[in-house]
Design a protein around this ligand. Structure first.
Ligand SMILES: Nc1ncnc2c1ncn2[C@@H]1O[C@H](COP(=O)(O)OP(=O)(O)OP(=O)(O)O)[C@@H](O)[C@H]1O
Length: 258
């Protein structure tokens, strides 16, 4: 990973975070950093711990071990300041399908305490960012799944967050819609300087300029630029690197040292 300029506070810092459900360890001493203006692909198979990590970052679950900071604000101690900088697109559907796109966004703006006049300006901006301006008055239920995803992204951007988390945002989308959404969010990170953490099990969603985090059974196995992760594991491409890293970890689990 590129070093931080001294003045640049990380968008997200996860510092030695662990989480258990009863006896099951879901996250084991996880540390990772997301820089502003960077696109980070959090790669993990089912059960890797991606959703658990997102639940801790968003305070759905209490952080029992370790620390999480958003632009330097500790999520546990200073949640208001930390969460005001955060936008989230969860796996589950977040829109009311019986009302229009604009009504959904007005409702979300009201939840964030944004006054109606300002909300209208922000809604125009976010719809433009996801190329959905012409659908503002449509009932959400009439949109395709890909278009709904774009509106969910617009909704997450409404309060102008500087860090955006997306949990498996392309589930259920066809190849074209997937590529479009990836492209939109990559552009947001580049053009607007938003730090993005994009959780997926789809290896081909990681692109050449991205940072990659490999999470497997609650452990971070690699974190860095895509080229660096591939190079360090002696692999030919990211798929090969992922298979080598997770295969070696599984082997170690079967044959613990000592
Ligand atoms: N509420 C819960 N109670 C008990 N175990 C849980 C609970 N939620 C998750 N787990 C376990 O914690 C581990 C991590 O799950 P998590 O949902 O965070 O993974 P994930 O990477 O998001 O997977 P997926 O892609 O399938 O959603 C798994 O072993 C899972 O079975």
């Amino acid at each position: 990973m590129k070093p931080f300029p001294l003045a640049q506070v990380p968008a997200l810092e996860i510092d030695r975070v662990s989480h258990r459900y009863g006896a099951r360890v879901a996250l084991n001493n996880v540390s990772l950093t997301v820089r502003p203006s960077s696109f980070n692909v959090l790669l993990g198979l089912n059960g890797a711990g991606k959703s658990t990590l997102f639940s801790l970052i968003t305070r759905l679950y209490a952080i029992r071990s370790g620390q999480i900071r958003i632009f330097g604000h500790d999520v546990a101690r200073d949640p208001g300041a930390a969460l005001s900088k955060l936008g989230v697109v969860f796996q589950s559907r977040a829109l009311d399908i019986d009302i229009s796109v604009r009504q959904n966004l007005m409702y979300h703006a009201a939840l964030h305490g944004i006054a109606s006049k300002r909300a209208k300006e922000l809604i125009a901006q976010v719809l433009d960012r996801v190329a959905m301006t012409d659908r503002a008055l449509d009932r959400v239920g009439n949109l395709s799944i890909g278009q709904m995803r774009r509106i969910e992204i617009a909704r997450a951007l409404l309060h102008q967050p500087r860090l955006l988390l997306l949990d498996e945002p392309t589930v259920g989308l066809d190849i074209k819609a997937r590529a479009d959404i990836l492209d939109h969010v990559r552009r947001l990170s580049m053009v607007e300087g938003i730090g993005v953490l994009w959780a997926t099990h789809l290896i081909d969603e990681a692109g050449a300029g991205d940072d990659v985090v490999v999470l497997h059974k609650g452990n971070i196995l690699a974190h860095g630029g895509l080229g660096e992760v591939v190079g360090k594991s002696g692999a030919s491409d990211l798929r090969d690197a992922f298979n080598r890293l997770t295969g070696a970890a599984d082997q170690e689990e079967r044959e613990p040292a000592g």
